[in-house]
Design a protein around this ligand. Structure first.
Ligand code: GUN
Ligand code: FE
Length: 470
């Protein structure tokens, strides 16, 4: 889905990847038989390349290749209470469960053990690129980055900042928050420079891991902290992530902290935190001014429907964001959301959209100005891939399988034992269209979106490298 209105299926074809750069060098949609070496000669224009330098990877029956799934919002330490505590609304949930579990990451051994489990689990779910929140701890969050580096996933990693309205056992002073953020940024940038050593095309090198500036949300930060973090982000040209308009009492609390500001977004904007490459999670309860500021600054939205349902936060109006030209991607928001899978986010996004449609139909007067169009499954795939890439500021490098982009991709297998996706022989329409035809694959893709899970993820590639296979 290079654009939201386009689903491109190639039933037979080939893709070439240069493993030294991680980039796609060519694509072909052929029915005729062509050898890998012929493709490579055509794509490189270099007839001297020999077969020894080429590795051929073929897909089995029932498998297809698609761009890697992108999780634009997740909390790595919150996997420790996955599926627990969804009975409370946001602010109570944070105080009763979240801060306590996150504070445990002051223990580096605990962090290494948990984060190793977490990253393997996320990758197994087909997520090639994620924006992670760590905790307030520099050491544990550096360990998170180390684990991601050793697994080979692409990521933004953030040390969480909390210098206001936070419990004594889990908070920091303004000075600590800013100094520790600087230290964290320095350590991650240095580690990535060391990692890129020997890279033949350093000029073009895009580090696999980047630090992301992470004020938790307005209620947990002072103005001085927000302003200092903005300065740090601009100095190193770093992405920024936070939460916005998730829950009505959170919105009220945020505005009460900054009474001069007329909207939640204007608090972030006043402190210089809204820009291209800023990821705002949730955006459920947006005023017209909130939307105008997000649109005007080029910030992106992470839609986290599982979390929005599970904590009863509300239903975000994705169609409206899209129609206003705002970048939108999907987020799991573990542990507000109970699933680490972006395939789950796709179907939850469909459910959120259908909920709005039904309310609009039955109680239209309550939803003045809300969009009333259904999200199609191809649009859900767009949000999970190209939309996510756009929100992460990587639209030219990721999100679709086109020549010149980095090869982050997954091999999906719909024909696995005990698969949640029925075999194609149980899908009469597939038989009618002829297995392997574009129309049959459309139906199989729709089933993938609504039924698949990690059992269906056969291989995961990041930057041209295989990082997971079953
Ligand atoms: N707002 C501030 N912190 C959090 C968090 O950890 N999860 C969610 N869903 N919302 C938040
Ligand atoms: Fe969150």
């Amino acid at each position: 889905t290079p654009t939201i209105d386009k689903l491109r299926i190639e039933p037979k074809g080939a893709l070439g990847v240069d493993q030294s750069t991680g980039r796609i060098i060519g694509r072909a949609a052929h029915d005729g038989v062509t050898s890998a070496i012929d493709y490579v000669h055509e794509w490189t224009g270099d007839s001297a390349v020999s077969g020894e330098n080429i590795e051929v990877v073929s897909l089995a029956h029932g498998q297809f290749l698609m761009p890697g799934l992108i999780d634009t919002h997740t909390h790595a330490p919150q996997f420790t209470f996955l599926g627990i505590g969804h009975d409370l609304p946001l602010m109570d949930w944070l105080n009763k469960y979240t801060f306590k579990h996150e504070s445990e990451f002051k223990d580096n051994q605990w962090a290494r053990k948990m984060y190793t489990e977490v990253i393997n689990r996320v990758v197994r779910n087909g997520v090639t690129f994620a924006a992670y929140y760590g905790t307030i701890h520099v050491e544990a969050t550096c360990i998170l980055a180390e684990v991601i580096r050793s697994v080979g996933q692409r990521a933004y990693v953030g040390k969480v900042c909390m210098d206001a309205n936070s419990p004594d056992y889990y908070s920091e002073s303004t000075a600590e928050s800013l100094e520790d953020s600087k230290e964290f940024v320095r350590r991650i940038l240095n580690a990535e420079t060391a990692n890129a050593h020997g890279d033949q095309q350093k000029g073009q090198h895009i580090p696999l891991i980047k630090p992301i500036i992470t004020p938790r949300f307005v209620p947990s930060c002072t103005g001085e902290c927000l302003a200092g973090l903005s300065e740090l982000a601009h100095k190193h040209e770093l992405p920024i992530q936070s939460h916005l308009c998730e829950n009505p009492s959170e919105v009220d609390f945020a505005k009460s902290c900054f009474p001069d500001c007329t909207s939640y977004s204007s608090i972030y904007d006043k402190h210089g935190l809204l820009k291209q490459g800023t990821i705002m999670a949730h955006c459920v309860h947006m005023s017209d001014e909130d939307l105008r500021l997000i649109r005007a600054t080029g910030a992106g939205i992470s839609h986290c429907p599982n979390s929005n349902f599970s904590l009863a936060s509300g239903t975000a109006d994705v169609h409206r964001f899209l129609s206003e030209g705002i970048p939108v991607g999907l987020g799991t928001d573990v542990g507000g959301g109970y699933s680490p899978s972006i395939i789950d986010s796709m179907r939850m996004a469909a459910a959120a959209n259908r909920t709005l449609l039904a309310y609009k139909r039955d109680r239209g007067d309550f939803l003045e100005g809300r969009s009333a169009a259904p999200l199609e499954f191809s649009e859900l795939i767009f949000l999970a891939t190209q939309g996510g890439a756009q929100v992460m500021g990587m639209r030219d490098n990721l999100g679709s399988l086109e020549a010149g982009k980095l090869f982050d991709a997954i091999v999906v297998d719909l024909d696995v034992p005990r698969s949640p996706v029925p075999s194609s022989t149980f899908t009469p329409a597939v038989i009618a269209f002829g297995e392997g035809s574009v129309d049959a694959w459309r139906l199989r893709l729709e089933q993938f979106v609504f039924l698949a899970d990690d059992r269906n993820i056969a291989r995961v590639f990041v930057n041209g490298r295989l990082i997971h296979s079953v």
